[in-house]
Design a protein around this ligand. Sequence first.
Ligand SMILES: Nc1ncnc2c1ncn2[C@@H]1O[C@H](COP(=O)(O)OP(=O)(O)O)[C@@H](O)[C@H]1O
Ligand SMILES: [Mg+2]
Length: 448
Amino acid sequence: MSKKKKVLFECQHCGLTSPKWMGKCTNCGTWDSLVELNEHEQEIVKMTASSSGSAKARAITEIQETEVERFSSDDTELDLVLGGGIVPGSLTLIGGSPGVGKSTLLLKIGSNIAKQGKNTLYVTGEESEGQIKLRANRLQANEEKLFLLSEIRLEQVMLELSQRKYECIIIDSIQTLYSEAITSAPGSVTQVRQITFDLMRIAKERKIAIFIIGHITKEGSIAGPRVLEHMVDTVLYFEGDSSQELRILRGFKNRFGPTSEIGVFEMKAEGLISAKDISSRFFSKDNSQPGSALTVIMEGSRPIVLEVQALVSESYMPNPKRQATGFENNRLNMLLALLERKLEIPLNQYDVFINITGGIKVTETSADLAILAAIISSFRNRAISKETVFIGEVSLVGNVREVFQLDTRLKEIALHKFSKALIPKKPSDNFGIKCYEVNEVTKLIDWM
Ligand SMILES: Nc1ncnc2c1ncn2[C@@H]1O[C@H](COP(=O)(O)OP(=O)(O)O)[C@@H](O)[C@H]1O
Ligand SMILES: [Mg+2]
């Protein structure tokens, strides 16, 4: 009797596997997304699911640590987000919305690396060689060791890798590359997994640093498969879009370093270049308007002074609008509820909009106090002096909590010559700034 052939279905949206076909994926809820995998594809699923290698476990005390080797990308901001430079043999995913500058940045990085004498391959499946050449002229990226391959078949890319020794590869983009061994469409889970798996293997075997460009959807996640994020070593995303002057690259995952730092770039005719003097790029000291307040957030090791803006206007809807750009909506709702309750401001009859200038996303709670101040200022139509900076996290019961690295933040404020700060607790050193202690939100109202 012959052994029964094993069947396996896989959701092309989320990667769920099932021995039975289903009309609707039970994991992500997508309709008609399950396809049957052939034997080769099943093999890949198995290989990527279980960790490879047959090494026997050893006592941790016997194992010697390995130093992570790195080389510079000759771009200070990228080096910073990567945790100190490029790691040979690492796979890095760079995601961002169309036009944000992924191709521009990586072509320049490729040329920087080629300039160091390392063979670098730029694989483009989106643009023609001629288009890339035009961009290279603009970016001054013409280097002898930078090679261009206009190709969408993975097998051809692999063939190229067997012809010449490369130290860095840039794939632009993962959504356009496909493997002929697999029947499903480019960008599907099966394709992306196979391609990433093959790239990962080649990166580790030959110690090649590989950058993969990926498009992201409106919701901000990588278009198509999440499996990609799990498989690669490092994930970096561009925040904001092409309309912003500054483009921010944030680390989400890094097997070789911290993810706390951001990279700040600006789009210029000569490319996407590391922004200079970033701490003063997110606010202006010009005339103050109602609804604007300043704060200092920490992005990794760097303090950044930010302007937060609020617009409070009477609502004609049964459910007033609450919308935040660059700030979490849930947190805004919490702060608004607190204002209503504690300070008896009837915000339930008002629309409230929040905007963080410069396209940065605030992930820290230390901006709470400034958000409250901006809302109150807009509500009362009274401007806050641009000499004042607000720092503090607000709790559900209306206390203002201390924030970490207050000293670093105050030092930064002093550097930019602000004269007043509203903070949760008197600091040990005020760096010449007049500090007001605001440990409860009611005190904020008193002050204002
Ligand atoms: N001649 C130019 N001068 C300055 N900026 C340009 C020029 N041409 C294109 N750009 C900028 O480059 C951006 C496109 O970048 P690109 O790297 O192709 O983005 P992505 O690869 O992320 O889709 C455009 O949004 C535009 O701002
Ligand atoms: Mg591009």
